[in-house]
Every structure is written in C-alpha cells, then in structure tokens.
Write a protein that binds this ligand. Structure first.
Ligand SMILES: Cc1ncc(COP(=O)(O)O)c(C=O)c1O
Length: 323
C-alpha cells in the first residue's frame, strides 16, 4: 500500500498538510524506537461514521506512554477530540487511525527523558490487511522461528514502536516463506500472538486464547471477542496454548484492529479443521460485524459517532438546556 499523500495530519495540536508533517532526523524516536502508538478504525455505520473503542485506544496509548515514563502532553479527552477532528477534517467516513506519541528532537543519548514528547495523528483509508479474501476464506500461516520478547525485557503491554522490530522479523520471515502471517511463541514455548494480531483457537466447542502473561499485546479486539463469545454463550478460556493445539484445532482465527476477525486455514501447511472458516468463527465474526455496521444494538458502548448523535450526547451550549 503506497500512501496517497494527501490530507491533513494532526501534529502537536495543529492540522498540518500531509507533505509538511515532518520531523528531524535527530529525533530520538528514529534512533531508539522511543514512540508509542495506536491503531484504531472508524467505520461507516448505518448511523454515520463511528470510531470503534475510541476511549480504549486512547487509554491504551496513555498506558503505553506511562510504562515508558512519557508525560503525555494531552489528556484522554483532548486526544479523543483530536482524533475525531482529524477524521472530520479529512472528510473520511471510514478510515484507519494512527495516533503516535514519540520522543522528539533535543538530545541523542539513549536516555529519552531530555527529549520532548510529541504527538501526531494520521488517518488513511486501509482495507483488508491480509488481503481481500482473507476475512472469508482464511489465511495460511506458519509458526515463526522468532519468539516474542521474554517477560521483563520489552514490555508487551506497551504498544511501543521498538516492539515492532520483533513483529517485522516475524512478518518478513512468514512472507518470504510464502505465508500470509507468522504466529510467534513466547519464550516458554507457548503460543503468543501474530506479528500484529491476537490468536484464538476453537477446540471441542470451547474457545482458547493466550493470557496476558504470554507476551501478548492486550488487544482491544481480543477484549471484544471475549465479550461477544460470552454474549453468544461460548466458554472462553484464557490459558496457555501449546503449539500443537494449533495443529489439532477445529478452528483458528486472528483478531486485531487491522485484520478484524480473520480465519486461519492452515498452520505450517497443516490444515485447520476442514480448511474453511468454521461455524464458531463465523458466528463471532457476524455478531462483531453487525455491531460495527450498526445492524445490531451497540450494547457494550463500543462506538463513538463522529456527529456525536450516537453513543454520546451533543455538546450543550452554555445557557441552553439539554434536550
Ligand atoms: C502485536 C499485536 N498484537 C495484537 C494486536 C491486536 O490489538 P487490537 O485488537 O487492539 O488492534 C495488535 C494490533 O494492534 C498488535 O500489533
């Protein structure tokens, strides 16, 4: 995907033309990966454009920053507003959203603390991450020869730019061997996650997903799937998943903002189930899509509408009464 290179990017409180949204090569983040970021999506629902889990994405951004001792220069509410403003100014109904908080230009020692904390928000159109057919037909994946970072090395709960050096190794290896994606194990040999998505396994009618202790990013889609699975009456087990369970799974799927819910049809060339999207994956996918399309009620309060008429009240001007 090449960027169209148009529109506006929010940088430290100002809307800047895409072509002018530049940082200095001496910025700390370029040298040491000292940024934290988010990936969220805005959907064109039947009730108008809405951002999925806006509050949770901003909260995770701030948590990622806190782990790295970054004092966020904007509050949760300011960042939520800035994200909505950036989508509006770019006239998108549906888009991918990338807020980024990074250590900027001041000094180039390893210690990031002398460097300012800068913030940018980009939005762009981004379709199916693993290809147009993936959501329906599924993808072929491998177990990566790269592990996820060990506990107490690179904090997995922080969505940090530097962590994606590991993700890139997983992804490059998978693609160069002809797979769509790689699943990494943690350093104990249990299943962790894909390079940019969490993993769910269905076996004998129950759904398994690795726990936070398996070096995973606490995915917001993962959290929604746990809720949807509960709503649909499935038993969800957050526990260590041995590698071989992927080979004998009835169904397997990825979950993440970019991939949404994508079935996996083979692992290391071993067919998962009957090699097609399974019934439980489909049921969860359908329920998830019907909420984000606005076909089912948003009972969990996941959507923030751009026109603010959906899950949030319109702002009331001073001196007027709320309707
Ligand atoms: C490493 C990794 N795991 C899991 C996920 C899924 O997280 P979410 O559902 O919040 O997008 C992502 C995507 O951000 C990711 O990069």
């Amino acid at each position: 995907m090449a960027f169209a290179g148009t529109g506006k990017i929010w940088m430290n409180g100002k809307m800047v033309d895409w072509s002018d949204a530049k940082i200095h090569v001496a910025s700390h983040v370029i040298h040491y990966g000292s940024g934290v970021f988010e990936g969220a999506r805005c959907y064109d629902t039947k009730k108008g454009p809405a951002v999925l889990r806006l509050d949770s994405h901003v909260a995770r951004l701030l948590a990622s920053a806190k782990i790295y001792r970054m004092d966020a220069p904007y509050t949760q509410a300011q960042l939520e507003t800035a994200i909505l403003d950036t989508i509006r100014v770019n006239n998108f109904k549906a888009c991918y959203i990338r807020p980024l908080m990074y250590r900027g230009y001041n000094a180039l020692g390893v210690n990031p603390l002398p460097c300012p904390v800068d913030v940018a928000i980009m939005v762009w159109e981004w379709g199916a991450y693993l290809g147009a057919d993936a959501l329906d037909k599924g993808v072929d994946v491998c177990i990566s020869s790269w592990n996820r970072a060990a506990p107490n090395t690179f904090p997995a709960m922080s969505k940090t730019s530097g962590n994606y050096a590991n993700a890139a190794l997983i992804r490059m290896e998978a693609e160069s061997n002809g797979y769509s994606e790689g699943i990494a194990l943690d350093t104990f040999g249990y299943v962790s996650e894909g390079s940019g998505e969490n993993v769910f396994v269905v076996r004998n009618g129950e759904i398994y997903t690795p726990p936070l202790s398996a070096s995973i990013l606490p995915g917001i889609t993962r959290e929604m799937i746990i809720q949807v699975a509960g709503d649909l009456g499935y038993r969800m087990r957050e526990e260590n998943v041995p590698r071989e369970m992927l080979y004998i799974a009835d169904e397997l799927f990825f979950a993440g903002t970019a991939v949404e819910i994508t079935p996996v049809r083979s692992v290391d060339k071993i067919t998962v189930g009957n090699g097609r999207r399974g019934p439980i994956t489909e049921a969860i996918q359908r329920r998830f899509l019907s909420v984000i399309n606005g076909d089912s009620p948003d009972t969990h309060g996941w959507l923030t509408y751009l026109d603010q008429t959906g899950s949030r009240p319109e702002p009331v001007a001073a001196g007027t009464k709320a309707r």
